[in-house]
Design a protein around this ligand. Sequence first.
Ligand SMILES: C[S@@+](CC[C@H](N)C(=O)[O-])C[C@H]1O[C@@H](n2cnc3c(N)ncnc32)[C@H](O)[C@@H]1O
Length: 244
Amino acid sequence: RFFYLSHFTKEETDLEKDTDDDNKKVVAEIMARCFVPRLITTTSWEGFHFVGQEIRITEGMDCYGAVVWPSALVLCYFLETNVKHYNMVDKNVIEIGAGTGLVSIVASLLGAHVIATDLPELLGNLRYNISRNTKMKCKHLPQVKELSWGVALDENFPRSSNNFDYILAADVVYAHPFLEELLITFDHLCKETTVILWVMKFRLEKENNFVDRFKELFDLEEISSFPSLNIKLYKAMKKSRRSA
Ligand SMILES: C[S@@+](CC[C@H](N)C(=O)[O-])C[C@H]1O[C@@H](n2cnc3c(N)ncnc32)[C@H](O)[C@@H]1O
């Protein structure tokens, strides 16, 4: 259901049109996973349907971590519909820039050991959403930890004990001054066998160039593209020493 990209020749324009239609269908299906409460209450939350669960996400006060961004929906949908190739059961997973926590919740519901991380000011709301949506529903209770990109990585996430099967990241590249620190963080958390699943929303050229910087350290594979959302889903692994 989650289709893989290929490059089409001119003779294959019919196929390209089908792909466009498929793309629109998938985007519509991804967006349909979101719903709003029927009753207007004092607490604002957004609802999502993933892994057969109704997930309620409370919005925070911080402007970027406050809402669930479309990239998060794309990653959740990908995880849910690709369990054969990307099985989360008992896997060690860390999410960086987790925001309101939806991706970490979905990975936990799919059976992973999850550490959801973000800036300190985001952790209260993140903890609340994660606890509310995973208690008694998950094989492994997820953890919430502070991880400010590039800060105290050796103290808080020593390389010798990092053993992540997956690093998840949705919409972590935008106009913020920590792109270099973000790259350092990916590198720090990543072992040779770690798979990064990263959903990138393309906005301004300056930030979009991050993809080229990223490619210097990681082998990057485009798994899916959603032109109507300006979003791409990538899989990446650390460049082996031989190819670096
Ligand atoms: C656009 S939001 C995406 C949130 C979530 N992944 C989603 O897609 O809904 C970017 C996230 O990155 C986090 N972030 C920004 N700068 C950061 C930094 N220096 N260290 C750690 N997290 C950071 C923000 O707090 C926010 O949660």
